[in-house]
Design a protein around this ligand. Structure first.
Ligand code: NAI
Length: 263
């Protein structure tokens, strides 16, 4: 547990499902004030359950609908945080999407959709949080959800890999730019995690087996294991850490093909 997170206000985008949801619950367990951003009308019920769980742990939470690709929606998230809890301390830019298409068939529409959600959406989250931190003299913390695909090339997912590669240098650039203000900006690179984004793939035993072969630790990660890295990065325990991509991937980026002395 990280006692300094108690009473801090954190926005988490795309927090109705998967990794974002696990982060919301974990920050709630740390007794933080959580703004659960959700995208679709269909997610309202899920956010109500998350709020209930956070409150059971002694945290506070509200759900705010919004599309991370829209400037006004991101500004609204920050306004709602300040209205409800008086401040903003931590921004978790987590919302992201992917779809599989051979690159020569990828439409401009699909390219733009993934880049605007995964990269532009995270930039807008960073920009608005930074503006608020600077205006209010807050030494806040930003955590961007990247992926092992900021390192590992991924055929059929060129837009996704490009977005995550972009997040890497965006994070490092912003970290360098705002370090003098003691604002820390880091990212997390999860490997294969058991969330709705992978539901179809992991429900097919053959596809799941293929993924497992890429993970030296031999299991698919749980969203709570990613949330555990997010609270650490946001906490004072990481006070000297900025510009880092924290890889949480069961060893996926360690060239698993070389395991057992091959190569
Ligand atoms: P998920 O599909 O459960 O979560 C993504 C969330 O983003 C959903 O709740 C969705 O409604 C929301 N979202 C999509 N478009 C949005 C928009 N325009 N505005 C606001 N919210 C929007 O999947 P997961 O796995 O929890 O993904 C979370 C993040 O983790 C993503 O950035 C993803 O790229 C990243 N990630 C996931 C990995 C995995 O294996 N599950 C591995 C590496 C990275």
């Amino acid at each position: 547990m990280y006692p300094d997170l108690e009473g801090k206000t954190v926005i988490i985008t795309g927090a109705a499902t998967g990794i974002g949801k696990a982060c919301a619950i974990r920050f709630g367990q740390e007794k933080a004030n959580v703004i659960i951003n959700f995208h679709s009308d269909k997610q309202v019920k899920e956010t109500e359950k998350i709020i209930e769980e956070i409150e059971q742990h002694g945290g506070k939470a509200i759900a705010v609908q919004g599309d991370v690709t829209k400037e006004e929606d991101i500004k609204n998230l920050i306004n709602k945080a300040v209205e409800e809890f008086g401040s903003l301390d931590v921004m978790i830019n987590n919302a992201g999407i992917e779809n599989e298409v051979p690159s020569h068939e990828l439409t401009l529409e699909d390219w733009n959709k993934v880049i605007s959600t995964n990269l532009t959406g995270q930039f807008l989250g960073c920009r608005e949080a930074l503006d608020y931190f600077l205006e209010n003299d807050i030494q806040g913390s930003i955590v961007n959800m990247s992926s092992v695909h900021e390192i590992i090339p991924w055929p059929h997912f060129v837009h996704y890999a490009a977005s995550k590669g972009g997040i890497k240098l965006m994070t490092q650039t912003l970290a360098l730019e705002y370090a003098p203000k003691k604002i820390r900006i880091n990212s997390i690179a999860p490997g294969a995690i058991n969330t709705p984004i992978n539901a179809e793939k992991f429900s097919d035993p053959k596809l799941k087996e293929g993924v497992l072969k890429l993970i030296p630790m031999g299991y698919i990660g749980e969203p709570e294991e990613i949330a555990a890295t997010a609270v650490w990065l946001a906490s004072n325990q990481a006070s000297y850490v900025t510009g880092l991509t924290l890889i949480a991937d069961g060893g996926m980026t360690l060239y698993p093909g070389f395991q057992a002395g091959k190569g």
